[in-house]
Design a protein around this ligand. Structure first.
Ligand SMILES: Nc1ncnc2c1ncn2[C@@H]1O[C@H](COP(=O)(O)OP(=O)(O)OP(=O)(O)O)[C@@H](O)[C@H]1O
Ligand SMILES: [Mg+2]
Length: 246
């Protein structure tokens, strides 16, 4: 479903992605881990077409999206839900308006669905019922992140991209968000790419874990395979995350 081939991206003389290959199978959860600054967010921004590759391919549902013009890209993005690392809420809109925004935009020219019911339902799913009238500045970082998540799932996307969905959340909320990501996959068949620093959470939700290091994927496989990897970067990363190696 998502196929990335020999992706190269530099900013000036800062080479970030250096021939990265990754495939994220349809209906599965692929978790990408790796050190801070290794290019995880840059990778995600390529998948949704917010960045263009210097070279290489980003194929989604059989289409190389790096070749799409702005119009086609806008159409194409409707199948994506993306949770940005910083939540990226509209600061001048309250929570209700933030979550309602893509629903209203997405139904332009067609019949407007019951926006109120959808917003309530999505806020309930992220454990935030009753905050509709609050402004983003009145929320904690974790709450903002969950509003961003409610907004991302509002249009029933077939592909979900999550940039560190549980960073900054308490353990109970982390588990709730993990379960939400799992239920999006199990009940709706959503294809997911999740960037995470949280090793335990990665092992809990992943069908496939891939580690990015020095601009490439250095190891990938099922959680069990990944846990047995002999790659030194993987071993360092997992042991720093408190996971015992088998
Ligand atoms: N728009 C941009 N312009 C210039 N450099 C950028 C841009 N976006 C990212 N970079 C650079 O690309 C590198 C990778 O950044 P990225 O945000 O992908 O890291 P990350 O793996 O997501 O890190 P973290 O875990 O801290 O979120 C960094 O060196 C960053 O400075
Ligand atoms: Mg990042």
């Amino acid at each position: 479903m998502i196929e990335i081939k020999a992706l190269n991206k530099s900013f000036g003389d800062n080479g970030v992605l250096k021939g990265l290959d990754l495939s994220a199978p349809e209906g599965k959860i692929t978790v990408v881990i790796g050190p801070s600054g290794s290019g995880k967010t840059v990778l995600l921004r390529h998948i949704i077409g917010l960045l263009k590759p210097d070279s290489g391919k980003v194929i989604v549902d059989g289409t190389d999206i790096s070749g799409l013009d702005q119009n086609m890209l806008t159409q194409f993005r409707r199948r994506f839900g993306m949770l940005f690392q910083n939540a990226a809420l509209f600061d001048s809109m309250n929570v209700y308006e933030n979550v309602a925004f893509p629903i209203i935009e997405g139904s332009r020219g067609g019949r407007l669905p019951d926006v109120h019911a959808i917003v309530s339902d999505k806020l309930r799913l992220v454990g935030l019922s009753g905050v509709e009238n609050k402004m983003p500045s009145e929320l904690s970082g974790g709450m903002r992140k969950r509003v961003g998540l409610a907004r991302a799932i509002a249009l029933k996307p077939s592909i979900m991209l999550y940039d560190e969905p549980t960073t900054g959340l308490d353990p109970v909320m982390t588990l709730a968000i993990d379960n939400l990501i799992l239920s999006m996959q199990q009940e709706l068949g959503v294809t997911s790419v999740v960037i995470s620093h949280d090793i335990d959470s990665a092992f809990r939700i992943a069908d496939q874990i891939a580690m990015i290091h020095d601009g490439r994927i250095v190891a990938s496989g099922s959680p069990a395979e990944f846990g047995r990897s002999k790659n030194p970067e993987v071993i360092d990363f997992l042991s720093a995350g408190g996971r015992k190696m088998s």
